[in-house]
Design a protein around this ligand. Structure first.
Ligand code: SF4
Length: 328
């Protein structure tokens, strides 16, 4: 996942300094059943690490993940609990075994969890799953290379659904696809959520993509959650300067009447994150307090159901400062 050409990552790989890298720190959220929470942020912000922690691919060094009230450590030990949560990966090219027919790829979790006895019944179920994701039951006889990128992601979704899960963790499931195909996959996922009552944790670097599918959106920066809000509230009234900067990067988002916030620079190295607020080296609103004190995630005054980690928002100086910048 990480871009190994990055100088800071090369230093980590070389073991320089042997310091602890906190990929994720202090992130806390709940996802009500049948809803979608999306996590967004630039590459390296920790969102994919959260996804892997949530499905138990990584173990947290501190803190807990609860799934339906059960600690994930215990849940992973129970086959029926593992069946209830599945993951869809970014790259449908890499996540499907090229030597297996599609029917065997989709049937594998059914066999692994012992869900359906008998070959004929399993094949009927595979046919149903293929129809559910918009493919033909006859496609089960083909191999992955015979499909387009969008079709392969449909096969990945069918495989994830084959264990009758209730919770899907989707790690950038559309980022390897063309824009028009992305929209088709997002529509399919929304439709499946409605029909099957699924709950999603959706990971993306693209705010425009998650807008379509999310009930709530969390924005991450350098391993921390900096803003969490209902999707429409986030687009109508983004509060954190970093969220505002991400909005600016959406080409066709109507910014009429909104104050723009230019943000330059690169995401700092997580090996030696900046003091205080980790966003301060890039933030036009930073002051001395920001350099010294890390802001807590607290309710944003004036924006219901939004929590934000920013001293400027807490002090009520975010709006005034934007006006000043725009007038320059
Ligand atoms: Fe900017 Fe300070 Fe808010 Fe951090 S706490 S985002 S540096 S204003």
């Amino acid at each position: 996942y990480f871009d190994v050409s990055r100088p800071w990552l090369q230093r980590v790989l070389a073991g320089e300094g042997r310091r602890t890298l906190k990929a994720v720190d202090g992130v806390s959220f709940r996802i009500p059943k049948g809803t979608t929470l999306s996590l967004v942020g630039e590459s390296g912000c920790g969102k994919s690490t959260v996804a892997r922690l949530v499905v138990g691919l990584y173990r947290p060094t501190r803190g807990r993940v609860l799934f339906d009230g059960i600690d994930l450590e215990q849940a992973r030990a129970m086959a029926d609990q593992r069946r209830r949560m599945q993951m869809i990966f970014q790259d449908p090219y890499a996540s499907l075994n090229p030597r297996w027919r599609v029917r065997d790829i989709i049937a594998e979790p059914i066999r692994a969890f012992g869900l359906i006895e008998g070959g004929a019944a399993q094949q009927r179920r595979v046919g149903e799953l293929l129809s559910q994701v918009g493919l033909s039951p006859l496609d089960g006889e083909k191999f992955p290379h015979e499909f387009s990128g969008g079709q392969r992601q449909r096969i990945s979704i069918a495989r994830a659904l084959s264990s009758n899960p209730e919770f899907l963790v989707c790690d950038e499931p559309t980022s390897a696809l063309d824009v028009s195909v992305q929209a088709q996959i997002l529509n399919l996922m929304k439709d499946l959520q409605r029909r099957l009552g699924l709950t999603y944790l959706f990971i993306s670097h693209n705010l425009a993509v998650v807008r379509q599918i999310s009930d709530r959106i969390g924005v991450m920066y350098l391993g921390r959650l900096v803003e969490l809000a209902p999707a429409e509230t986030l687009f109508e009234a983004p509060r954190h300067p970093y969220t505002r900067a991400l909005m600016e990067a959406i080409p066709d988002l109507d910014m009429t009447g909104r104050q723009r916030i230019p943000v330059g620079g690169e995401v700092p190295s997580p090996i030696s994150p900046p003091s205080g607020c980790p966003f301060h080296p890039r933030c036009p609103l930073a002051n001395d307090r920001c350099k010294a004190e890390r802001p807590a995630l607290i309710p944003a005054r004036g924006t219901p159901e939004t929590v934000v980690a920013c001293h400027a928002v807490e002090e009520g100086r975010d709006g005034a400062a934007f006006v000043t910048m725009n007038q320059r």
